[in-house]
Design a protein around this ligand. Structure first.
Ligand SMILES: [Zn+2]
Length: 394
């Protein structure tokens, strides 16, 4: 297997050759949605990117296991359930099935979804173990991670001690340091659940992820993904927990983060009233069009939904040419060298899409029918690797 893929690593701050621990196996974890509401296209940008990356890794010959958690243990979920007049676990179940339908509609193939509520026992075990090892302490029914005990705190987000002192977390009188974060909260989110040595309560947000990943992916794995805004404190906290628990580092080989999707220059947020849910988006465009739009900006740049209209026109033009030229996907015949070169270069999907577009334009000018359909066929194949099907109707 030839592997020349490089990916920007948030930890090292530069592009790194992609080197999984046990090739051809690749283990990837991406922070999934919180189930208080539907997912919007801003969330979809992150999930479509990691799906396209997983598909490309499969194309390169890797055998990828893609794990995603679903946050159903959260105050916001309990509040949303109360507003809907439903039991929190029933409410979560319903929203989770709806989320999974959205993922399917977007042609996103996750190997396994894991609701956090199935992993609370493991979270309690990890918190207990961090206390035993001296990395965590109990205070008034809360358990905090003692960040002063972890020398690499701040490394993922490239913050100095002074930077960190300016960004206190979770204000509380009972904490030893401003950066300490909660591992266990005395808040009872669901009646009668969950019992712990520190009383009834619920696991903190960050320990929920290591509770899901360590038993399934092991103490060290290959790719951890998510939106860039999760770097601090969420992913920083995961590293502190995992490396303190297991004594093994690095916890994760490649930290990959996606940038924001804006709409008319603004971040999508409920308070601004500009949230476009995936369900609403898919009423006006197809999954192919949405994926094409989202992949037409490099994952580390800010994107704007304003590009949706022109992306739809570009894709429609490509689709017509592909169908006119025979509409066949080739086997392994046509050259994907330029396509692969683009994606190997920190997953430059805009360049890979431009290559497919150029190939189709060249095909439509080609005199030889045979050459034209071969050019079109490799473009169709490349696009399919990214999960965009040029032969599907408009
Ligand atoms: Zn997470």
């Amino acid at each position: 297997m030839k592997n020349e893929l490089t990916l920007f690593d948030t930890m090292s701050g530069r592009r790194e050759p992609f080197r999984p621990r046990h090739p051809p196996r690749v283990s990837m974890f991406v922070c999934g949605p919180t189930v208080q509401s539907e997912i919007h296209v801003g969330n979809a940008r992150t999930y479509v990117f990691f799906d396209a990356l997983a598909r490309y890794l499969r194309h390169l010959g890797f055998d990828i296991f893609y794990l995603m958690n679903i946050t159903d243990v959260d105050e916001q979920v309990t509040q949303a359930a109360a507003r809907a007049g439903e039991d929190p676990l029933e409410y979560s179940k319903r929203v989770i099935s709806s989320l999974i339908r959205d993922f399917e509609a977007l042609k996103i193939a996750v190997s396994r979804f894991e609701p956090v509520s199935h992993h609370v026992e493991e979270a309690i075990r990890q918190v207990g173990s961090l206390i035993d090892k001296g990395y965590a302490y109990e205070a008034d029914g809360w358990v905090y991670f003692d960040t002063a005990k972890f020398s690499r705190w701040g490394r993922l987000s490239h913050q100095s001690k002074r930077d960190l002192s300016l960004r206190p977390l979770e204000l509380s009188q009972s904490k030893r340091s401003l950066n300490d974060f909660a591992l266990w909260r005395p808040e009872v989110l669901i009646d009668g659940r969950w019992k712990s040595p520190w009383g009834l309560g619920s696991p903190g947000w960050h320990i929920q992820d290591t509770a899901v990943t360590i038993p399934i992916l092991g103490t060290q794995y290959d790719i951890h993904g998510g939106a860039y805004e999760l770097v601090y404190p969420h992913h920083e906290a995961e590293i502190a927990q995992a490396e303190s628990l297991t004594g093994k580092r690095p916890f994760v080989r490649h930290w990959v983060h996606t940038n924001l999707l804006k709409t008319k220059g603004q971040k999508m947020s409920k308070s601004l009233g500009n949230v476009l849910t995936v369900k609403d988006a898919l009423r006006t465009c197809t999954a192919n069009e949405l994926r094409f739009t989202l992949l037409s900006t490099h994952y580390r740049r800010e994107a704007d939904l304003a590009g949706l209209g022109s992306a739809k026109r570009r894709l429609e033009q490509m689709r017509r040419t592909a169908v006119e030229l025979g509409g066949k996907e080739d086997g392994d015949g046509g050259s994907l060298a330029q396509f692969e070169r683009a994606l190997n270069d920190d997953f430059d999907s805009p360049r890979a899409l431009e290559w497919a577009e150029r190939s189709l334009r060249a095909a439509s000018r080609e005199v030889s029918r045979e050459k034209a359909s071969a050019l079109a066929a490799s473009a169709i194949r490349g696009m399919r690797i990214l999960g965009v099907d040029l032969l599907e109707g408009p």
